[in-house]
Design a protein around this ligand. Structure first.
Ligand code: CP
Length: 321
């Protein structure tokens, strides 16, 4: 692996899941790989899980870790070429990324979408420029359109907990929110589940109110539904997440009552396990009853962020040496 920005960077997702679960059993077995290697984690947006799990993963592999909160501590970056920098931006991404690449063997980057211009966000302009100028392998800590470390941890959690016959039915279910949120987590989860479906590991459904359909680029082969109760019937895993509209880009559209997952809605499922990437707004996005109940996997899922990150960093380090 020479970068980790999407499922497309991974040849064999089952092997990567196995690596994560093996590291979970023996966290320090690969400590030698990161000796005298440094990872720089660059954040343009807040984080709890991604920041701490990736730091801990790097430490477990023997790496040194540097964290840069670019939004608060760095110079304001210019990304456009051919402009006279006589405004508020102080440093061009060409130099900033290249300099960080001088100090680090691997870089991680988090950069959320602005949700104003769909083409600009979906072109991943900032992310791609950072990758091309820094000159070292990059791991996505969440980009405008994807959150692959989260999705890998999600797949690890499903594989780790599934004890049934055949493939589990996995449902990505839209949930209400008061803010317009990116599509990065659901895009990425869908992309990984579609690959897992291709590999015979899951059956995958996405359910959302009309107007909230994800880009078809991220849902190849998925069953798409607008009926929550019908989609949840027989579900083994429900992945709850809000996202703003892709079609009416970045907008919160009106939606019917009844989209928050409650204990009552679990009755038609196959005693489904409930997942969420966190942070979650209680009793808005997901009921406390479900979050605190026996079907919730959210803490185990967040714990698996560590092993997912460690498996990815291991793959990147092996490719360096
Ligand atoms: N799920 C997730 O990425 O959490 P953070 O935003 O706290 O890193």
């Amino acid at each position: 692996m020479n970068q980790f920005t999407s499922v497309n960077d991974v040849k064999d997702i089952s092997q990567l899941v196995n690596d994560a679960l093996t590291l979970k059993q023996n966290p320090y077995s690969q400590e030698h790989l990161g000796k005298h290697k440094t990872i720089g984690l660059v954040f343009l947006n807040p984080s709890l899980r991604t920041r701490l799990s990736t730091q801990k993963a790097a430490i477990n592999l023997g790496m040194s870790v540097m964290v840069m909160n670019m939004d608060k501590e760095g110079w304001a970056l210019e990304t456009a070429d051919g402009v006279v920098m006589n405004g508020s931006t102080v440093e061009h991404i060409r130099e900033a990324a290249a300099v960080m690449g001088q100090y680090c063997d691997i870089l991680g980057l988090r950069s959320f979408p602005k949700l104003q211009d769909r083409d600009e966000d979906y072109n991943e302009d900032f992310f791609n420029k950072f990758i091309s100028y820094c000159g070292v392998p990059v791991v996505s800590l969440e980009s405008a359109t994807r959150h692959p470390l989260q999705s890998l941890a999600d797949l690890v959690t499903i594989q780790e907990t599934w004890k049934g016959e055949g493939r589990p039915k996995v449902v990505l279910a839209w949930a209400p929110h008061v803010k317009a949120l990116p599509q990065a987590v659901p895009n990425s989860f869908s992309e990984w589940m579609c690959r897992a479906q291709q590999d015979g590991l899951v059956d995958f459904t996405v359910v959302q109110p009309a107007g909230y359909e994800l880009s078809e680029d991220f849902t190849p082969g998925a069953t798409i539904s607008h009926d929550l109760d019908a989609a949840l019937e027989g579900a083994d895993y429900i992945y709850v997440k809000n996202w703003s509209s892709f079609a009416d880009y970045g907008k919160i559209l009106p939606f019917p009552e009844g989209w928050m997952l409650t204990g009552d809605k679990l009755k038609g499922t196959n005693n489904a396990r409930v997942m969420h990437c966190l942070p979650v707004r209680r009793d808005l996005e997901l009921s406390s009853e479900v979050l605190d109940g026996p079907n919730s996997l959210v803490i185990q899922e967040a714990g698996n962020r560590l092993w997912a990150a460690q498996a990815v960093l291991k793959g990147l380090l092996e490719n360096l040496s």
